[in-house]
Design a protein around this ligand. Sequence first.
Ligand SMILES: [Mn+2]
Length: 319
Amino acid sequence: MTLDEILKEINNSKSFVITAHENPDGDAIGSCLAFATVLKDLGKTKIDVLFKEYPPIFNSLPNCDLIRKEASLEQYDMAIVLDCPDLKRVHKDYHKYFESAKVTVEFDHHLKNAMFADLDVVNPASPACAEILVSSFRYMNLEITRDVATCLMAGIITDTGGFRFNSTTRETFEFAGWALSKGVNIPKIYKETLMTKSKSQFEAEKLAVDRLEFYMDDKITFTYMTKEDEKALNIQPGEFDGIVGIGITIKDVEVAIFARERDDGFKVSFRSNNIDVADICVLFGGGGHKLAAGCTIDASLEDVRKAVIEETKKHLENK
Ligand SMILES: [Mn+2]
């Protein structure tokens, strides 16, 4: 089995480089730090977790001092990529370490995975990469200490939206219960990763709420953010993430849309309660999942608004 191979390679390796998709979220960072902690506990001394930047809310996770921007070796024995469906989504500066490593390993839960490593462990049914690591570590007899469980829990809590999404499984709750008994502070992780925002993020959300427009008998919401707003409010990377979800929490809203101005046009994000919004985004050259998708449209705000509202109306009428 692949996991037996991976364990053998871990035992034979001395140096490890670990990373995940660019602009890492809680699952990416939690999975990487969990893996790094397990390796450290095995007595491995050369472990680099590589990220160019990541949200500072994860700075309280165990062993986050292993995260660095640049590699400290030219070549590693093992390269591990987590929570990432394709090497293309890893920061381009890090590809060379993956290509030169003696063995490459990936663990992932995305639907369309390119199976790009020597040893791939992929399960799209899992709500988080961190949850795949739970069963994998157990299979490989690698101890899940309180620190490891804390990192894994951060990944699971963020990728399940705090146990809210349909992807949440019985195993998710069983692991949460087990982690609690190991002394993992779940309320603290929950509060720090999901319930805390910076003032600039709050200001951004306030503006977006203030601007929320309703269409088609309140079935569609639309809001936006310009580059000027972004500058004026000093909004940081990752601080837009919650905005698109605001409209969808309103009763009877079917589709929520958020358009954010960037250098290459407006990045338009969609959330849906039922209809397939990836279908809509494909028409504009984008894509995604049925209930969460996005596209980029290079046009004025007025034209973007008109185009996406009209297309969404059509899809809702034909459903
Ligand atoms: Mn994930």
